[in-house]
Design a protein around this ligand. Structure first.
Ligand SMILES: [Zn+2]
Length: 114
């Protein structure tokens, strides 16, 4: 499954950072676009499964969804898309192109301080 693969690569990235810092990671924050079909609950669960018995066990994983953006071809501006009401927030126009959905990114890792 999708989330299991993401959890595995996050686990590897966080473990590598933990080795580098010689510290235990306590939390990590990842961000992704709204259209990126990552289920946060499933990802947290998958991460807990792959990190069991490792330095990452018990780590709090936070997933932040980035708003979807579009470029209005009527007024030539970028705006945040409200999926319930897809229209330009500046001119109210309905002619726009969606900007690429941001990929899943590991934003920040917090380590245990002594
Ligand atoms: Zn507009």
């Amino acid at each position: 499954m999708h989330e299991t693969m993401i959890a595995q690569s996050l686990f590897e990235a966080i473990t590598a950072e933990a080795d580098r810092h010689r510290a235990r990671p306590v939390s990590a924050r990842v961000s992704c676009g709204q259209l990126n079909s990552v289920n946060e609950d499933v990802l947290v669960f998958a991460f807990a499964a792959v990190s069991r018995g490792s330095v990452c066990e018990g780590l709090t994983l936070e997933v932040v969804q980035k708003p979807l953006e579009a470029h209005c071809t009527d007024c030539d501006r970028d705006f945040r898309v409200d999926l319930d009401q897809p229209r330009c927030s500046y001119c109210g126009g309905r002619h726009f192109t969606l900007l690429p959905d941001p990929p899943l990114v590991l934003e920040e890792i917090e380590f245990e301080t002594e």
